[in-house]
Design a protein around this ligand. Structure first.
Ligand code: SAH
Ligand code: TRP
Length: 371
């Protein structure tokens, strides 16, 4: 905890949750996001506003949907690789960004505690889900101290909790794909600045696959994803006391954008929408049939896989583990993930230090990078 953090709950021995001071309050940020985003063509809003209490519950339901393969696949990969990850990183702190319920993360927590004590530092914008996860993890694993931080990863990552050089930073659930290339760039710049030599990074990303399968994963037959998407309208209505905004006036659309290699989530106006935001002195109109972009989920590609420090799941092609420490690395130019690594500013020499895990299958490569 730093001088600028505010303690929300503090149980000195087992777990704590603090709110990191941000440049704006949540209300100011929402106001700024709405002013900026709704004026864009097409209108858009940052994804952080999905995850109020109801949104977080709906997202948890999404992870269990038959059509939503990524959570199951990532769980399998983590199970298969947990012991490796512990051995390779030697971390004594596990930091999780956008941690949500940290359900899958428990696979790593179990593997780490089998080795010794661990500091677990989850970080999320959603205070309810974070507090719940922190308490549950502390209660379940006596060897773990939990230091949770309510923070926006778009804003600040530093200071990272734990011992510099002995940290593993996990960014799971394909959340990296929810950032556009510019957002990824900014994210990695901040991360690079916050990380110390010897720290490792673990990223779960999803690979491009059959568009029909992708669209189904983001437009399930039970309508949970549609409810999640429309909840954004309810958040706007409630938080800004908006008039003329009704979630029922919007239709959920999930579309594959082949050019950008991403699933896009849209809300299409089913009727003419005329919204008023009295607290912002703002009006917003969306004609019937017009759409607002609410989320992107980039699907990565891994040509030249054998040269890339990525672990790839075979069946569904959900990636992967990229572990990076500080220092330069450069991949050959191919594939967005390689581009991500380049954004991390690593040098080609470091590629030589890649090591593959034993027993990897052809399409199941695990590489790790220690610099
Ligand atoms: N890691 C979990 C949850 C992924 S959903 C999993 O793999 O299933 C994305 C999570 O990131 C949500 O818990 C959401 O509250 C959080 N989140 C979204 N935008 C964020 C931001 N800008 N900063 C911090 N957390 C954010
Ligand atoms: N990180 C998740 C993903 O891209 C987020 C997500 C899953 C999501 N389903 C969604 C975001 C539906 C918005 C709407 O897979």
């Amino acid at each position: 905890m730093t001088a600028t953090d505010t303690a929300l709950v503090l149980d000195e021995t087992r777990w704590s949750i603090v709110e990191r001071r941000a440049s704006m309050t949540a209300a100011e940020r929402l106001a700024a996001d709405v002013r900026y985003g709704l004026a864009q063509q097409p209108p858009t809003l940052p994804a952080r506003w999905f995850y109020d209490e109801k949104g977080s519950v709906l997202f948890d339901e999404i992870t269990r949907l038959p059509e939503y393969y990524p959570t199951r696949r990532e769980t399998e990969i983590l199970k298969a690789r947990a012991a490796d990850i512990v051995a390779t990183t030697g971390a004594t702190t596990l930091i999780e960004l956008g941690s949500g319920t940290s359900e899958k993360t428990r696979i790593l927590l179990r593997a780490f505690t089998a080795r010794g004590p661990l500091l677990f530092a989850p970080m999320d914008v959603s205070v309810e889900v974070l507090a719940d996860a922190a308490g549950t993890v502390a209660a379940t694993y006596p060897g773990i101290t939990v230091q949770a931080t309510v923070a926006d990863f778009d804003e600040s990552l530093a200071p990272l909790a734990g011992d510099p050089g002995a940290r593993l930073i996990a960014f799971l659930g394909g959340t990296i794909g929810n950032l556009d290339p510019e957002g990824r760039d900014e994210f990695f710049t901040k991360l690079r600045d916050a990380m110390a030599p010897g720290d490792h990074l673990l990223i779960g990303a999803d690979l491009r696959k059959d568009p029909a399968r992708l669209v189904a994963a983001y437009d399930d037959s039970a309508g949970v994803t549609a409810a999640f998407n429309r909840n954004l309208i309810e958040v706007l209505r409630r938080e800004l006391q908006a008039e003329g905004l009704d979630p029922a006036d919007f239709v959920h659309v999930a579309r594959w954008n082949a050019e950008a290699s991403r699933i896009e989530m849209w809300l299409r106006a089913a009727t003419d929408v005329h919204a008023r935001f009295p607290t912002l002195d703002l009006e917003w109109e969306l004609a019937a049939g017009e759409e607002m972009l609410t989320e992107i989920s980039t699907k990565f590609d891994l040509p030249g896989l054998h040269q890339v420090p990525v672990e790839l799941g075979v069946e569904d092609g959900l990636v992967g583990v990229v572990e990076v420490a500080q220092g330069p690395l450069a991949g050959e130019a191919a594939g967005e993930l390689r581009q991500l690594l380049r954004q991390l500013n690593m040098s080609r020499q470091q590629l030589a230090q890649l090591h593959k895990c034993p027993n990897h299958k052809d399409a199941d490569l695990h590489s790790s990078l220690t610099i």
